[in-house]
Design a protein around this ligand. Structure first.
Ligand code: SAM
Length: 242
């Protein structure tokens, strides 16, 4: 069986001929988990310079150096679609971060709502989950992970020109749009749903469009995955030709 080529995100400029140091975690993963020896091929990306072939040059005592070779892919932008999601319990948040990364979300914005029962994230853990998902799914960037903020503050500072599709259950909201170009975001509520005052605030916000995901009440993580897939299929986040 041919071993697959490990694909790693690196926080360093990439260009043919460059030599970079792997992090301790990457060195451990390459040498002790994958048992790769010097000269093994790798693929590297950094979110800016595309993807490059590379080679493990030297690995010993928790350190590894990597030689960058030829470029394999040019950098392309992800769709400019953000996921705003009410914080969930740890496993569900992990799942949302992993799947949103695989689907191509450009940014992940945890939000605190009236019925959210968590207020904090572990940024290092969520960044590691997003990075691993980006490495595995062959995307060329890792989504930007924001610190949690309260829903009213998020809505008050919302950037002009970015439509928010707010997923609301048990309402006569329209289905996901068939076509929507331009910057966009999907907003998913907590397990307890949005409070009535929050629904009123969403209704009054000029950039919010309420959206149904069908007649069933989905778990928040299912709603995040389904909503992202529907919006991406509609072209959300692609440049607006108008
Ligand atoms: N506790 C709420 C209830 O029983 O009515 C359900 C909340 S649901 C588990 C969590 C979030 O997923 C909601 O706030 C909403 O954003 C989204 N969601 C779930 N099902 C949905 C649907 N059918 N249409 C739109 N959004 C949905």
């Amino acid at each position: 069986m041919v071993a697959s080529i490990p694909r790693l995100f690196v926080d360093a400029p990439l260009a043919a001929g460059a030599e970079i140091a792997a992090t301790e975690a990457q060195a451990h993963y390459l040498v002790h988990v994958l048992r790769r020896a010097a000269d093994s091929p790798l693929l590297l990306f950094n979110g800016q310079d595309g993807e490059f072939h590379a080679r493990l040059l030297h690995a010993a005592r928790g350190k590894a150096r990597i030689g960058v070779e030829a470029q394999t892919r040019l950098q392309i932008a992800e769709p400019d679609l953000w996921l705003v999601f009410a914080l969930l319990k740890r496993d569900a948040t992990d799942l949302v971060v992993q799947k949103a990364t695989e689907l191509g979300a450009a940014a992940l914005l945890p939000v605190i709502t009236r019925h959210t029962n968590a207020e904090r994230t572990n940024p290092a853990r969520l960044t590691a989950i997003a990075t691993e998902a980006a490495e595995q799914c062959e995307r060329l960037s890792v989504p930007v992970l924001h610190a949690p903020q309260k829903l009213p503050e998020l809505l008050a500072a919302w950037p002009a020109g970015r439509r928010i599709f707010a997923a609301v259950e048990r309402r006569a909201a329209p289905a996901a749009p068939a076509r929507h170009a331009g910057p966009a975001a999907l907003l998913i509520g907590p397990e307890g749903g949005f409070a009535p005052a929050e629904l009123d605030a969403l209704h009054a916000h000029p950039l919010v469009t309420q959206m149904s995901l069908g007649p069933r009440i989905l778990r928040a993580e299912t709603a995040a995955i389904a909503g992202l897939a529907l919006l991406l299929a509609a072209g959300a986040g692609t440049p607006d030709p108008s």
